[in-house]
Design a binder for this molecule. Structure first.
Ligand code: IVH
Length: 675
């Protein structure tokens, strides 16, 4: 039976839509829909064309691997085409793939011992690197698989791409293929900076990698934190390579090319599934995005026997993870008020399953970001949830925008307390000016006050705080210490026992430390580390209360902005009153001697980061030691870090230090430095 007119129309509209997105993706570098949605369109079209083969046309998007490369860069013809991979999503589909391979290779007993090279499917941009006599001659993008673009100028700026191979025995002509990607941390940092500068942000790390590779100016590429792993070879002339894929990759590694450390050789479909599960568990902890795993028949002889269908090998398959980006619609845009009064736009969404959870709210960061993305009620948007990062709206699918939508405006008044909303010059954040009068700010301030790293009052949950604030029973944190068993037990859903426990917890919290107390006050810019530094430096509260901004900036890690925030806070009479009331209620701590900082110590001008378990010394003790000798201690490694003090079980920070060539010390070498 032939296709109905309706089916023919659907096929045409799918082709149009896919062509439109191909153009956006490959030529404009400006994607509009997530991969998962693109895959669905493609699969639907493939399904229909399979059912009605008479309708397949030569110009159908199913008949090519990608789209035309754009014309701004030189085109390069790949001597061997750069192929794509078939995808499977469900276990059943993977079993079918394995079955086909096993049958074609005439294996018996389910081919339980067939060896596969298993690797993460890196979510970046494919690259071809051509080495002639071990020297990088040309780098190209994949393009449509047959022709790509010459991006040699950009590839040369990526540190992990060797300009010359090391060792010997490499073929005279060696083309390697791999994936260029932007590690997640670099992506977040890049976007944060771009956001602050009011510049365009990247939608996701993959787009960031693809866009960076195709820059015309290599200086721009050089500023992007890119990395690369190789995963296969292309053209090989005048030379020999091993006969197993896994051994080839080992060999490439030995020649100085970076390969993914997560790759393994597994056997049978069960081995593949176990690998898929293991990498799935590890996915969030990896430093880079992956969207699945790839299994390749390890033996090249078998690969040759299996051959290719259309543009994909029969000997390999991509086993995809659930998508981290999905489409949904914006039901509403609301403004939330945080502890410091920051008014943050939040999108209320039609619930959507993404990154392994159902998401119904996503942050829009701030009003500038909201306007840059121009998210409107009724819009179809891409929502992204990667790892533990909070879900965010990445972009709007403007081609699906309904008619009659309006731009969202920053409210002039706080949605909670009706105070004016103000924006300081040059700040992205708008704030409610209500202070503790604003119930939203008050609730958040109290939640912060009782939190584990602050006063650590267990049992005083968010709900209860909100109720007490709503009733105006809580005006400021000192009211917490007025609560009695009788008052609490009278509350709904609060038994006598829990009332008693809460009063005990409140009482126990009174014995605290100066640093916890300072942190609990919730002064802007005074986080845990700064509170600790202030406490160590001054040793007592009166010393801090009377410190001038000039005194304050002498504290390690405190700059003029933080000093001003502290002074501003302490200049408010009502804040001083609360501090007094808390002490009147019995909140206390032990004072210490003010710190003597060497003005010209052995570590003056040096910045340290501490990681791992140090022998016979806590990290806080090590920190105090460094500070006493004039050094600074910060929380994260950057190019400005002078030393990483590393103990046992040092993890990602050690890797980062090595990457940035920051000198690593153990405790003994630090002590040697002090002499
Ligand atoms: S092998 C013939 N291995 O996935 C096999 N590809 O759809 C060709 N990719 O454009 C690719 N990680 O950029 C292979 N470990 C991996 C990969 C990988 C990511 C990308 C590659 C290609 C696409 C294939």
């Amino acid at each position: 039976m032939g296709a109905s007119a309706k089916t023919q129309k659907r096929i045409e509209s799918l082709r149009d839509e896919i062509r439109y997105h191909n153009h956006r993706y490959h030529t404009l570098d400006d994607i509009e829909i997530p991969d998962a949605e693109y895959d669905r369109l493609m699969r639907e079209l493939q399904g229909l064309e399979k059912e009605f083969p008479e309708l397949v046309t030569a110009d159908s998007p199913t008949q090519r691997v990608g789209a035309e490369p754009s014309e701004t860069l030189q085109t390069v013809r790949h001597q061997l085409p750069m192929l794509s991979l078939d995808n499977v999503f469900a276990e059943e589909e993977l079993r079918e793939f394995h079955q086909r391979v096993a049958e074609k290779l005439e294996f018996e007993d389910g081919a339980a011992d067939l060896r596969y090279a298993a690797e993460p499917k890196l979510d970046g941009a494919a690259i071809s690197l051509l080495y002639e006599d071990g020297v990088l001659l040309r780098a190209a993008t994949r393009g449509d698989g047959a022709t790509g673009e010459d991006i040699t100028h950009n590839a040369r700026t990526i540190d992990s791409i060797p300009l010359r191979l090391i060792g010997n025995g490499y073929p005279k002509t060696l083309e390697v293929r791999g994936e260029v990607f932007m590690p997640r941390a670099g992506f977040e940092a890049y976007n944060k900076k771009a956001r602050a500068a009011g510049e365009k942000t990247f939608v996701n790390p993959r787009n960031a990698a693809a866009g960076s590779l195709r820059q015309l100016d290599p200086k721009l590429t050089a500023e992007r934190p890119l990395d690369m792993y190789v995963y296969s070879v292309g053209l090989v002339e005048h030379g020999e390579l091993p006969e197993q894929h896994s051994e080839i990759i080992e060999q490439l590694q030995a020649w100085g090319l970076k390969t993914c450390p997560e790759r393994r050789v597994v056997t049978g479909v069960e081995g593949c599934l176990a690998y898929y599960e293991a990498i799935g568990k590890k996915r969030d902890a990896l430093a880079y995005d992956i969207d699945g795993v790839v299994y390749k028949v390890d033996s090249l002889a078998m690969q040759r026997e299996l051959g290719f269908v259309a543009r994909a090998p029969r000997w390999a398959v991509a086993h995809k993870f659930p998508a981290q980006e999905e489409l949904t619609t914006v039901v509403d845009v609301e403004f939330q008020v945080g502890r410091t009064g920051a008014v943050t736009p939040v999108a209320r969404l039609d619930p959507v399953f993404v990154g392994g959870v159902t998401v119904s709210n996503a942050t829009l960061h701030n009003i500038d970001e909201l306007h840059r993305k121009d998210v409107r009620v009724g819009d179809t948007v891409i929502v992204r949830r990667a790892g533990d990062v909070i879900p965010e709206v990445v972009s709007v699918v403007t081609s699906r925008r309904p008619t009659k939508t309006t731009r969202v405006q920053l409210p002039e008044r706080c949605p909670v307390c009706d105070s004016h909303v103000m924006r300081e010059q040059g700040e992205a954040v708008a704030r409610c000016t209500g202070g503790l009068f604003c119930k939203a700010q008050r609730s958040e301030a109290l939640k912060h006050f009782v939190s584990r790293k602050a006063m650590d009052i267990e049992g005083l949950g968010a709900k209860l705080i909100e109720q007490f604030v709503e009733e105006d029973r809580f005006q400021n944190p000192s009211n917490i210490f007025e609560l009695t068993n009788e008052e609490l037990a009278k509350r709904e859903r609060m038994g006598e026992k829990s009332a008693e426990n809460l009063v005990k917890a409140i009482d126990a919290s009174k014995a605290t430390s100066l640093s916890r107390f300072l942190y609990a006050l919730g002064i802007r810019e005074v986080g845990e580390a700064t509170a600790q530094n202030l406490a160590t430096y001054f040793g007592s509260l009166p010393a801090i209360l009377t410190a001038t901004a000039e005194d304050l900036v002498k504290v390690p890690d405190v700059g003029p902005v933080v000093a001003k925030r502290i002074r501003d806070f302490l200049n408010e009479g009502h804040n001083l009153e609360v501090i007094q009331q808390l002490q009147d209620h019995g909140v206390h701590w032990a004072d210490t001697d003010p710190m003597q900082i060497a003005e010209d110590g052995p570590l003056t001008g040096k910045t340290f980061v501490i990681t791992g378990t140090l022998p016979g010394m806590t990290r806080d003790e090590a920190k105090a030691l460094i500070q006493r000798e004039g050094g600074k201690v910060t929380g994260s490694i950057s190019k400005k870090t002078s030393y990483l003090l590393a103990g046992e079980k040092a993890g990602s920070k050690l890797a980062k230090a090595q990457q940035l060539a920051v000198e690593v010390l153990d405790l003994n070498s630090l002590i040697a430095l002090l002499k």
